[in-house]
Design a protein around this ligand. Structure first.
Ligand SMILES: Cc1cc2nc3c(=O)[nH]c(=O)nc-3n(C[C@H](O)[C@H](O)[C@H](O)COP(=O)(O)OP(=O)(O)OC[C@H]3O[C@@H](n4cnc5c(N)ncnc54)[C@H](O)[C@@H]3O)c2cc1C
Length: 381
C-alpha cells in the first residue's frame, strides 16, 4: 500500500502504551492522571475534530451540583444516601477542577445559581420550597456551609424577569468559560508529554494478541491499552453500551446594554438554562419539547426548540428589550438509566469512561482521574 507515510512517521507517531480516543474533559483528565502517576508511560490522544468537538467545548459552563427540582428527581432515582454521594462527587469534582487549573484560568465566577418558577407551576414551587431545609441539611457536611439553598423572591425585580413569582438561590453555584478550561487542560496535558493528534477519527478497534489496533483514515495506530472517552458517540465504536445521546441547542444574544441578569439560571426542571456572558445572555435547552427527536448525535437545530428559546427570552428573561441572536450551536450530551458515569474495562485492554449525564464540568475531572488510575493499574509497572 502506498500511503506516503515515512519510516520516521510510522515509527514515531503510530504507537503508544496508552491511546485515549476523544479529547474532552474526561479524556484529558485521564491523560493527565496517567502522566502524573508514571511520566514514562507514553500517552497518545486521537481526536476526530479540528479541536475537541464534543460537549466539553459546546456546553453552557455552569459549575453546578444540582438545582432543587433536579435534586428531588435524582433522590427518587438514587435514594437519599445515593444522592448524598452524587452531590459529594460533584462538589469534590468542582474543587478538583479549580485546584488543577486555577480559577483565573477557567474564569470561575461565583455569581450564584437560581431556579425560576412561574405562577402556573405553583405545585412544583411548593414542593421545592418544602425541600429547602432537607437539601441544606443533606449537603452541609459536603460543602461545609449552612443554608446554601434559599428562597429569594425579592430578587426577581433586580434581574428584570417577567412572569416569575418564585426564585430559589444556590449560593455556591458558579460559572466558568469552558473554552478556557479546555485550552488549559490541553496545555497541561501536552506540557506533561501527552501527544494529541486532531482530525483523526477512530473507525474501528481490533484486538490482536496483547495489543489493540485503532483504525483511522490516517493509518492504524497500536497500543497496549485503549481508553474510549468519546461520550455520546461511544456507540459508534461499541454499540451495546447504555448511552443515549441528548442534543442541546444553545443561542447567545448580541451584547445587551445594562444587562441586569447575572448568574446561572435553571427553569422547568433544568430543561432550560441561561446565564450572563460578556454582557450577553446564553440560553439553551427545551430538549423536553421532543425528547425523541433530540436523542441524536447529529448537530443541528429544530424550529420548535429555537422558537421556545426565543419565547422564553422575549417573555421572561428580557421582556422589554430588543433582542438579536448573534451565535447559535448544538452539542451532544450522553445520558443513561443511571446517573453515574460508566468507567469500566469493557473488553481485555479496552476501557471506557463516558456518560457524565449533562454534569461534566462537575464530574468530568473526577471521572477522568478514575479512568486514568484504572488504566494505569492495568499496565505492568
Ligand atoms: C449544550 C450543552 C450544555 C451543557 N451544559 C453543561 C453545564 O452547564 N455544566 C455541566 O457540568 N455540563 C454541561 N454539559 C455537559 C458537559 O459538557 C459534558 O458532560 C462533558 O463535556 C462531557 O465530557 P466528555 O469528555 O465525556 O465528552 P466530550 O466533551 O463530548 O468529548 C468526547 C470527544 O470525543 C471525540 N470523538 C468522538 N468520537 C470519536 C472517534 N470515533 N474518534 C476520535 N474522537 C472522537 C469528540 O469529538 C469529542 O471531542 C452540557 C453539554 C451540552 C451539549
Amino acid at each position: 500500500m502506498y500511503d506516503n507515510l515515512s519510516y520516521w512517521e510510522k515509527k514515531n507517531f503510530f504507537h503508544a502504551d496508552v491511546i485515549i480516543v476523544g479529547t474532552g474533559i474526561v479524556g484529558l483528565n485521564a491523560a493527565i492522571e496517567i502522566k502524573s502517576l508514571a511520566p514514562k508511560i507514553s500517552v497518545l490522544m486521537l481526536e476526530r475534530g479540528f479541536f475537541p468537538s464534543g460537549a466539553s467545548t459546546k456546553n453552557a459552563g455552569f459549575a453546578c451540583f444540582g438545582s432543587i427540582s433536579e435534586l428531588i428527581e435524582q433522590e427518587k432515582l438514587s435514594g437519599t444516601d445515593g444522592l448524598h454521594s452524587l452531590i459529594s462527587k460533584r462538589w469534590k469534582g468542582l474543587l478538583k477542577l479549580r485546584n488543577l487549573l486555577g480559577d483565573e484560568q477557567i474564569s470561575y465566577q461565583n455569581n450564584g445559581g437560581f431556579e425560576l418558577f412561574r405562577p402556573q407551576q405553583a405545585s412544583l414551587t411548593e414542593k421545592c420550597v418544602a425541600k429547602l431545609s432537607h437539601f441544606n441539611t443533606l449537603i452541609e457536611d459536603i460543602v461545609l456551609q449552612k443554608d446554601v439553598y434559599r428562597q429569594v423572591d425579592y430578587r426577581i425585580d433586580e434581574f428584570g424577569f417577567k412572569g416569575i413569582d418564585a426564585l430559589i438561590e444556590c449560593r455556591l453555584e458558579a460559572q466558568i468559560d469552558p473554552g478556557m478550561m479546555m485550552k488549559a487542560l490541553l496545555a497541561k496535558a501536552t506540557a506533561m508529554g501527552v501527544q494529541v493528534l486532531n482530525c483523526c477519527k477512530v473507525e474501528e478497534l481490533v484486538r490482536a494478541n496483547d495489543k489493540i489496533d485503532l483504525k483511522t483514515e490516517q493509518g492504524t495506530f497500536t497500543c497496549k491499552k485503549a481508553l474510549l472517552t468519546t461520550n455520546a458517540f461511544i456507540n459508534e465504536l461499541l454499540p451495546d453500551l447504555a448511552v443515549v445521546p441528548g442534543r442541546g441547542q444553545v443561542i447567545v444574544t448580541k451584547p445587551i446594554p445594562n444587562l441586569k441578569v447575572k448568574g446561572t439560571f435553571h427553569y422547568d426542571l433544568g430543561y432550560y438554562y441561561f446565564r450572563n456572558i460578556d454582557g450577553r445572555i446564553l440560553l439553551g435547552g427545551a430538549r423536553n419539547l421532543d425528547i425523541k427527536a433530540e436523542e441524536t448525535t447529529e448537530f443541528g437545530e429544530t424550529v420548535a426548540v429555537q422558537q421556545a428559546l426565543h419565547n422564553l427570552l422575549k417573555e421572561v428573561i428580557l421582556p422589554a428589550t430588543h433582542i438579536e441572536i448573534e451565535h447559535k450551536w448544538s452539542g451532544i450530551m450522553a445520558f443513561g438509566p443511571k446517573l453515574a458515569p460508566i468507567v469500566e474495562e469493557l473488553q481485555a485492554n479496552i476501557f471506557c469512561a463516558v456518560r457524565c449525564n449533562g454534569m461534566g464540568i462537575a464530574i468530568g475531572s473526577q471521572t477522568g482521574q478514575e479512568a486514568g488510575e484504572m488504566v494505569f493499574r492495568s499496565l505492568d509497572n
